[in-house]
Design a binder for this molecule. Structure first.
Ligand SMILES: NC(=O)C1=CN([C@@H]2O[C@H](COP(=O)(O)OP(=O)(O)OC[C@H]3O[C@@H](n4cnc5c(N)ncnc54)[C@H](O)[C@@H]3O)[C@@H](O)[C@H]2O)C=CC1
Ligand SMILES: O=C(O)C(=O)COP(=O)(O)O
Length: 594
């Protein structure tokens, strides 16, 4: 009998696997290579694939990105598929890469039959991806948020200048053989006020460039930091002030329910007469019919649009055809440099996700800084195992509905990000009792769907905050337990665990203190405390060649009740478990698979 299985473990590098072929995988597996350098921001993705995965590239992607993908996967470049063709193909694909032209909707996830595990958006805006559906289906969505920023900003500035000087209209007129120098007198940019709406990556780059053109730049962004704006020499103002004072407005916010049709009849009415508008964000942030009315009435003197509510817009679109409107066919990100960069950025994210590594640009899962993740690794494993143990102790009652997780730490609550822990505890709680696959992406969603309420509680401990956590407790309320001793004084199933030398341990069951490494499986056994019990149980297991990896006894008082926790490497047969139950001093016992 070995007393510890922990000695061979090294610091694990976290690798979460998710296999679509196995509905109940132990999907959160730890690899012990310890070699990988983690990216700055990390997120857990998924793969348990044995053969080469297949990546469907549905829109044109730069060669450098394709080369990266080909090193790891079978790459199917199939552009201009109809939605029906895409739905048919998707069931054969593990990952899909798109730009803004493909609708990645619920139907597509349904058609994938659970195989699609990663969607890569080769660009920023993910409004063409149904994130709720992706999350429900446990599909990670990654994007390429940085590589096209400058391209979009440069296009915004190009449109601003072209609009102010009627470049497109004058070009068409000149090519038509006319020479209309008086008709195309423009307006100057210098000294004019530009309101940047959405002071994120693109917005701030536009602001920087506009300052260089001598414009007075203000910005509105409810979520942007004032000091970041100040650093560019830009004042953050309210939406009302921005639209009322601007000579030019440039739009740079994402399309969300909150920003949809942000510019509409009501807001156009509050603008300075003769305002000029640039949109390289998303068509949907403008009510396009209202914009036509504002152009006709002269409130808006000119507009320059790269993006439209429906792309491509109808041929007879009044907006596109309007003589005071300059249009481009969604070219913001379309420079050679940006497309090469975006292709590499998205290909790296998709390959990493398929390998089960931690992706840097996840959109529908929490991003946890690498330093934090490195610290939390063993606690994440502990959380999942405690969830698994706790739920297996339930035998009846009103269902697993109310779970409380207690984190005891000497760190201030702000210093402890529990999202990853909560997700993996949820996984541990749900997977043993359902056929649902739970990962970091869909954990909260799945819990909600099942009516499982997970309340989190912190206990602030004195002492050194060196370790992120002292212990984690999982409590399940309003249930009966198949191991009565697991019910705590407050009437709930309670299990507690700690990390010792990097290895998760079970340290409390109900009111009984135990100490068993959380590996393999566990037998919990309550008996009348008396000499020889360890030997008796050990020899029953030994007879069947079941190796005991760890054993500990916790008791309320000498010669009273004691709970023995036994870690076993192999699963004992029914007969062996029955023999343990028949040992006279044994009052109850349970076998739990981790
Ligand atoms: N035309 C094109 O080819 C391209 C278009 N884009 C689009 O440009 C937009 C901005 O992209 P990034 O700067 O990379 O994104 P980002 O996420 O860095 O910036 C967006 C900013 O909008 C702000 N915002 C959110 N709601 C707002 C509201 N109600 N009012 C004002 N601001 C709000 C956010 O706080 C954030 O600072 C996105 O819609 C993106 O899809 C980006 C690249 C190319
Ligand atoms: O990145 C974005 O948000 C864009 O709008 C670029 O779209 P595209 O990849 O050119 O279809």
């Amino acid at each position: 009998m070995s007393t510890s299985a922990a000695s061979t473990l090294r610091t694990p590098s976290l690798k979460l696997s998710l296999s679509s072929r196995n509905p109940l995988p132990s999907a959160f597996s730890v690899s012990f290579n310890g070699k990988r350098a983690l990216p700055r921001y990390v997120i857990v993705a998924c793969s348990g694939m044995s053969s080469k995965p297949t990546v469907l590239v549905a829109e044109k992607l730069g060669e450098a990105g394709l080369d990266l993908l080909k090193e790891f996967a079978n790459v199917d470049c199939a552009y201009n598929l109809t939605p029906e063709e895409l739905c048919t193909k998707i069931s054969l694909c593990d990952a899909l890469i798109v730009r803004s032209g493909t609708k990645v909707n619920r139907e597509l996830f349904e058609s994938s039959g659970g195989r699609l595990k990663v969607v890569g958006r080769a660009g920023v805006g993910i409004d063409n991806v149904d994130l709720a559906a992706a999350t429900e289906f446990g599909c990670l969505v990654v994007n390429a948020p940085t590589a096209n920023t400058v391209a979009a900003a440069e296009h915004g500035i190009a449109l601003l200048a072209a609009m102010a000087r009627n470049v497109a209209q004058a070009d068409a007129s000149t090519k038509a053989g006319k020479w209309q120098r008086n008709k195309y007198v423009g307006v100057s940019l210098v000294g004019k006020t530009l309101a940047v709406l959405g002071f994120g990556k693109v917005g701030s780059e536009v602001a920087r460039r506009a300052k260089g053109l001598g414009m007075h730049v203000i910005a509105h962004d409810p979520y942007a930091a004032a000091d970041r704006a100040r650093a560019v020499g830009v004042e953050l103002v309210s939406f009302e002030e921005a639209i009322a004072t601007a000579d030019f407005i440039s739009l740079h916010m994402p399309l969300t329910p909150a920003t949809s049709k942000m510019l509409n009849d009501e807001t156009f009415a509050k603008m300075k007469k003769g305002v000029r508008i640039v949109n390289v964000a998303r068509g949907g942030v403008i009510d396009e019919e209202a914009l036509v009315r504002a152009l006709d009435s002269g409130i808006v003197a000119q507009a320059a649009l790269d993006v439209f509510t429906v792309e491509p817009p109808p041929k007879d679109s009044k907006l596109v055809q309007h003589e005071n409107v300059t249009v481009t066919p969604h070219l913001g990100a379309s420079t050679m440099e940006a497309q090469e960069g975006v292709a590499i950025e998205v290909a790296e994210a998709v390959v990493g996700a398929l390998k089960g590594e931690l992706a840097a640009t996840a959109v529908n899962a929490p991003m946890v800084p690498a330093e934090v993740l490195t610290e939390l690794k063993p606690f994440v494993v502990l959380g999942e195992k405690l969830g698994r143990l706790a739920v297996q102790l339930v035998t009846g009652g009103s269902g697993v509905k109310n779970v409380k997780v207690t984190y005891a730490s000497s760190r201030a609550p702000d210093d402890l990000d529990t999202r990853l822990l909560r997700a993996m505890i949820t996984k541990g709680l749900i997977e043993p009792i359902s056929s649902v696959f739970v990962n970091l992406v869909n954990a909260d969603y799945t819990a909600k769907q099942r009516g499982l309420r997970i309340a989190e509680e912190r206990i602030l401990l004195d002492g050194s905050p060196e370790n992120p956590l002292e212990f984690i407790q999982v409590h399940i309320a309003n249930v009966e337990s198949k191991f009565a001793s697991a019910i705590s004084e407050s009437g709930e199933i309670k299990v507690e665990g700690r990390v010792k030398d990097g290895v998760p341990h079970l340290t409390k069951v109900g009111s009984f203190e135990v100490d068993v490494s959380l590996e393999g499986s566990i037998i919990l056994c309550r008996q009348v405390d008396q000499p020889g019990m360890i030997g008796k149980v050990g020899s029953v297991l030994g007879e069947e060649n079941v190796n005991v990896s760890f054993m500990s006894v916790g008791r309320v008082a000498p010669r009273k009740h004691a709970v023995m926790a036994i870690g076993v490497d192999e699963q004992p047969s029914r007969e062996t478990l029955k023999k343990i139950g028949e040992i006279p001093a044994v009052e109850e016992f349970v076998f739990l698979k981790l």
